[in-house]
Write a protein that binds this ligand. Structure first.
Ligand code: PXP
Length: 262
């Protein structure tokens, strides 16, 4: 399995202060040195985290392929075509969303998606489509000429968290999924089955299959069981975990610098 490490979340922290700390290129270096097979970044229209200059320097310095996520907005496509990442992943984008909430609607936005794919192909950039795990989306993605699909695992991840974590008791409970446990469990089984069926179908159509969104240290084993999935793109949980694997050293180092020996 290839691991694409999404380092957008490092830029989220940087942008909160608008200083170059944490340095995204240091995140790139550490991710590559630690075994990432790919770096995934998202150049959003609102430039909420990754900036144009980040994309250029990440592509220049990365030792592994860079998978650049972008919307089908024409200005963004012009930038992506000029920058030439190793691959572009087309994703839906809404200004008000906290994160990419669903897959690209390739059925209802087929013309715009086709235009985007053709523009990227003209720039010799292979294209992946971030889509919901449905058979229709797999067929349409193939018909539109994409090389790859990335299956949106958000519903699976949300259901898994509602069923297996303390999420239902937190401020951030997912209201739509406040179902009785047996129903959650049926829906989780269905969500896994949809991902599996879509992966098998896409694979038969000759599409490469990735998956991502909301995957973490607790739920990723479910995706590992699906042989047709060859790549996972994971961000939030890796960066969140790194806070706690690094916080102790960070505090100790500052404590050392702020300790007077006199
Ligand atoms: N794949 C795609 C296409 C995404 O848009 C995202 C989120 O930016 C991810 C993977 C990673 O999701 P997460 O940060 O939840 O691991």
């Amino acid at each position: 399995m290839k691991l694409g490490v999404n380092i957008d979340h490092v830029a989220v922290l940087r942008e909160a202060r608008q200083v170059n700390d944490p340095d995204i290129l240091q995140a790139l270096y550490v991710a590559c040195e630690s075994g990432a097979n790919q770096i995934t970044i998202h150049l959003r229209e609102d430039r909420r985290h990754i900036q144009d200059i980040d994309v250029k320097s990440i592509i220049a310095f990365s030792k592994v392929p860079v998978n650049l996520e972008c919307s089908i907005n024409r200005d963004i496509l012009d930038i992506v075509s000029a920058i030439q990442p190793h691959r572009a992943t087309l994703v839906p984008e809404k200004r008000e969303e906290v994160t990419t909430e669903g897959g690209l609607d390739v059925i209802n936005h087929a013309d715009a998606t086709l235009y985007a794919i053709e523009q990227l192909h003209d720039a010799l950039i292979p294209v992946s489509l971030f889509v919901d795990p449905t058979i229709e989306a797999m067929e349409k993605s193939k018909e539109l000429g994409a090389e790859m699909v990335e299956l949106h695992t958000g519903l699976f991840s949300n259901l898994f968290a509602m069923l297996n974590s303390s999420l239902p008791h937190s401020n951030y409970t997912i209201k739509e999924l406040q179902l009785p446990r047996y129903e959650l469990s049926d829906r989780l089984e269905q969500a896994v089955q949809d991902i599996k069926n879509s992966a098998i179908h896409a694979n038969k159509l000759g599409l490469e299959v990735a998956a991502g969104h909301g995957l973490n240290y607790h739920n990723v084993h479910e995706m590992m069981k699906i042989e047709e999935i060859v790549e996972l793109n994971i961000g939030q949980s890796i960066i969140a975990r790194s806070v706690f694997s690094g916080l102790s050293d960070a505090v100790k180092e500052m404590k050392r610098l702020t300790t007077r020996n006199d």
